[in-house]
Write a protein that binds this ligand. Structure first.
Ligand SMILES: NC(=O)c1ccc[n+]([C@@H]2O[C@H](COP(=O)([O-])OP(=O)(O)OC[C@H]3O[C@@H](n4cnc5c(N)ncnc54)[C@H](O)[C@@H]3O)[C@@H](O)[C@H]2O)c1
Length: 251
């Protein structure tokens, strides 16, 4: 019999209606977790729930704009009412935009979603995890926090901020048996990457050449790593940032 690594666990995934977040929600469900699939559009989340149910899993579609603290509180409350606990939080929601030098008009919005959204979601969930004496938090950063991708300074800064936040929290929630780690994806085939490449006038061939593996990543590459960091197999790993980038940062 195949053993599932997350049986009876309850997860919240943000930004899960499509792309990497959707792949994470499906993977966690496949591993046996009950998943609150959250995003700005509840209808799209319901479509993901249908896929989870086809896999024989269980989930809950909830509207969540991570800039809205009230909605974050509601998601925590509803998930606990439905499933009784919260074991896993995956902070995946994110936005990107191009900025020329001299343009300071976009930083506030990017900061609100990418960094403040992560902080607020952690803050809303950690008290429950402390009570349970158990929790796994996985924050989705980016290799843009480590190496230069052109014309995305605010995005890169917020993704660097996630790494700082992850290390800071790790230092004092570890005593409550809560692990918190960050994943820094390299280029992953999603609508976000497609949009970015178009705006930068970059080709997929150029991106592939930047990686050691010679290919663009798949959402499942990130989802598999999240499942590992959300499981007890990674119990002694906390406060770390793991690049899942096909060797992009190594090259
Ligand atoms: N695709 C890549 O190459 C890549 C690389 C590194 C990091 N990432 C990160 O991975 C994560 C997922 O990105 P993706 O590539 O799947 O992009 P995507 O645009 O397909 O998905 C992002 C999701 O976040 C949601 N979202 C946006 N604003 C939100 C808000 N205020 N509240 C809640 N949800 C919101 C969107 O609706 C969308 O479903 C992001 O944090 C992104 O920065 C992606």
């Amino acid at each position: 019999m195949v053993e599932e690594s997350l049986t009876n666990k309850v997860a919240i995934v943000t930004g899960a209606r499509r792309g990497i977040g959707k792949a994470i929600a499906l993977k966690l469900a496949r591993e046996g977790a009950k998943v609150a699939v959250t995003d700005i559009s509840k209808e799209d989340c319901e479509e993901v729930i249908k896929e989870i149910e086809k896999l024989g899993g269980e989930g809950l579609a909830l509207k969540l704009d991570v800039t809205n603290e009230e909605e974050i509180g509601e998601v925590v409350k509803t998930t606990k009412e439905k499933f009784g606990r919260i074991d896993i939080l995956v902070n995946n929601a994110g936005i990107i935009d191009i900025e020329e030098i001299g343009d300071s008009s976009k930083i506030n919005k990017i900061l609100e979603v990418n960094l403040k959204g992560v902080l607020k979601s952690c803050n809303a969930v950690i008290p429950t995890m402390v009570e349970q004496k158990y929790g796994k938090i996985v924050n989705i950063s980016s290799i843009a926090a480590m190496v230069c991708w052109p014309k995305i300074p605010s995005y890169s800064a917020t993704k660097g901020g996630i790494i700082g936040l992850t290390k800071c929290y790790a230092g004092y929630i570890g005593q409550h048996n809560i692990n918190i780690n960050a994943i820094a994806p390299g280029p992953i085939e999603t609508e976000m990457l497609d949009d970015l490449l178009k705006k930068l006038g970059m080709t997929r061939e150029q991106v592939c050449q930047g990686t050691a593996k010679g290919r663009i990543g798949r959402p499942e590459d990130i989802a598999n790593t999240v499942a590992f960091l959300a499981s007890d197999e990674s119990d002694y790993i906390t406060g770390q940032v793991l690049a899942v980038d096909g060797g992009y940062t190594a090259k």
